[in-house]
Design a protein around this ligand. Structure first.
Ligand code: HEC
Length: 151
């Protein structure tokens, strides 16, 4: 009897990690409000340009420490960019991968990558990222093909 109670307790305890990790992600996403994000001018380091607006919470970004988020697609636009532009469901204005990245950050609702949730990526980045910051993000992401290249 006692043994089985202990066993149940142990099995229950081992179940814990997954749900608590989910709670952490939700908390991190909940903290992403326009009031809490500083203006990113583009003069910051590349790591800060991606980290300050919270991109790593939802995205894997090669070469950016801690950018292991899985809510959105891995940002390896060197591989995926051309596929998006060729997707018959794509209705945006972008003609190049660079333009597609800028468009995706400013108007994420324009094209929702298949298999990922809509209305999840913040839609207010246009008021927090300078044109220079967007340029640097796009120039970096369009070259990423996965792995961990240095920034
Ligand atoms: C709260 C989660 C969240 C945050 C924060 C977030 N994104 Fe996203 N992002 C998503 C999701 C979900 C998608 C896929 C759905 C869609 O296309 O809107 C996405 C899609 C994208 C895409 C298109 C990717 C592709 O493969 O076509 C790009 C580029 C992108 N995000 C860049 C960024 C950048 C840069 C930041 C930070 C400034 C950022 N995201 C912050 C959730 C997020």
């Amino acid at each position: 009897m006692t043994v089985s109670v202990v066993l149940v307790t142990v099995v229950w305890a081992l179940r814990e990690p997954a749900p608590s990790r989910l709670r952490t992600d939700e908390t991190a996403i909940g903290a992403l409000t326009p009031e809490k994000i500083p203006l990113v001018t583009g003069d910051e380091s590349l790591v800060d340009i991606f980290t300050r607006p919270g991109c790593p919470v939802c995205h894997m970004i090669p070469g950016i420490p801690g950018a292991t988020g899985q809510v959105g697609p891995p940002l390896v636009l060197g591989i995926t960019g051309e596929q998006r532009l060729k997707d018959p469901a794509y209705r945006g204005q972008a003609k190049t991968v660079h333009e597609y990245i800028v468009e995706s950050v400013l108007e994420p609702q324009r094209f929702v990558v298949r298999g990922y949730p809509e209305k999840t990526m913040p839609t207010w980045y246009g008021s927090k990222l300078s044109a220079l910051a967007l340029e640097k993000m796009a120039s970096y992401l369009e070259r990423q093909t996965g792995g961990s290249s240095a920034p």
